[in-house]
Write a protein of this length. Sequence first.
Length: 133
Amino acid sequence: MDYGYLIVNTRTALGALPVGGAQVHVVGADTDVKVTTDRSGASERIRLPAPPKERSMTSTPDGLPYSLYDITVSAPGFYTVNSRSVPIFPEVVSIQNIHMIPVAGYGLQNRPEAALNLEGSTPYGLEGEKHDG
C-alpha cells in the first residue's frame, strides 16, 4: 500500500480571507480522519492510503490508479461544505480548496441548517439551473 497526501485550504467564498479553525473530516475506505485548519485556513498534510504507484503506469483491471475520499468542512458562521470523490494519487500532495459561504444572519436564534455538496466544482442541485445575467 502506498500513500498520497491531502492539504485542505479553507477561504471565504470570494477567497478574500482564510477560515481558520474549520473542522475537516476526510472519509474513505478504512479511513476516517479529522483535523482543524490553522489560522491561515490550511489543514496539516494528511497522509491517506492510495493504490500502488505502478497501477498508474498501465491500464489494469485491478482498479483505479487513485483512491477516492469524501471531505466535509464545517466552521461556525459558515455553511457546511461536502466535497465528494476527491482523488488521491500515490506519492502526490493534493490541494483541495474549499470556499466557505457565510450564513446570512448568523448569530440569530434560528440558524438555517444546510450544506453545500460539491462534486468537482458544481454544487448538487444546481447542475441544471439557468442564471440570467
